[in-house]
Design a protein around this ligand. Structure first.
Ligand code: SAH
Length: 252
């Protein structure tokens, strides 16, 4: 079965948008994955095709109606079995681990909110998993859905040229990626680190591991701490580091 993303949106014309070019676009055109953007408004039942209404209890803005959205979900996914997501700043922050799970499955149904958000009852009644792409507020769920789908699609078999390039990069081992370099050998007086042009694969590997660890410790103590707790074997000190483990640091 082809991996398929079904997006429920008030703006289906936004799709495939950025997913129609480059890696994701080529894979879409060649049938590696499928994209279905469905208009929530098609499930409206009144004369004005209204999809939203004022918030109960008052306040600014409009809220997407539970009945309209539930009908849209039921029409798109009559036999539940795929992950059902709703993009939401209140959701659990998206991680590479969750992306990998979603990429390994049949592909999600994704509800894109607009305005002030969506009626809580449809989240509860249809078992929607709230997913956030970060601690900031977008004006709609579509851009968040692009991010989620793009992250999944590049993990699908046959999408990225070199099979390995997704297993070494940021987050896959709980680390940020090491710095990358390419030609020219000297740029504005800055040479490529010597180890990388030594041709010694073991040395290159050790250099990259040490750089990835240093970068993660410096920039993302949260990732570094989580890694050392869940993988005690990874506590071996990097080159030049004291015997004090990261776990000791975060415990203090
Ligand atoms: N009033 C809401 C924000 C609504 S923003 C609140 O304060 O929580 C409108 C829609 O944009 C949301 O329903 C959601 O689908 C989408 N959205 C906004 N920020 C997002 C984020 N960080 N991650 C995922 N989706 C987001």
């Amino acid at each position: 079965m082809t991996w398929r993303a079904t997006v429920l949106t008030l703006f289906p014309a936004m799709f495939p948008g950025p997913l129609g070019v480059s890696l994701a676009g080529r894979a879409l055109a060649s049938g590696v994955w499928a994209l279905e953007a469905r208009d929530i408004r098609d499930s409206a039942t009144d004369r004005h095709r209204s999809v939203d209404d004022t918030p109960a209890g008052g306040g600014p803005g409009m809220v997407l109606r539970a009945d309209v959205l539930a009908a849209a979900i039921d029409a798109a996914d009559p036999v539940p079995g795929r992950p059902r997501l709703v993009m939401s700043p209140r959701g659990r922050p998206l991680t590479q681990a969750r992306v990998a799970e979603l990429a390994a499955g049949p592909g999600p149904l994704i509800v894109c909110g607009r305005f002030e958000g969506i009626d809580q009852r449809v989240i509860d009644a249809r078992g929607l998993e709230e997913v956030s792409i970060g601690d900031y507020v977008l004006s709609g769920g579509e851009i968040a859905a692009f991010a989620l789908i793009d992250a999944c699609v590049r993990l699908l078999p046959g999408v990225m040229g070199k099979l390995d390039s997704s297993t070494e990069e940021s987050f896959s081992a709980g680390l940020l990626e090491y710095p990358q370099y390419t030609r020219p050998q000297i740029f504005e007086g800055r040479p490529i680190p010597e180890t990388l042009i030594s041709g010694d694969h073991a040395k290159v590997g050790a250099w990259r591991q040490a750089e990835a660890e240093a970068l993660t410790r410096a920039r993302r103590p949260d990732l570094w701490g989580a890694r050392s707790v869940s993988r005690p074997a990874a506590n071996a000190p990097a080159k030049g580091e004291s015997q004090k483990t990261p776990k000791d640091k975060t415990d203090g």
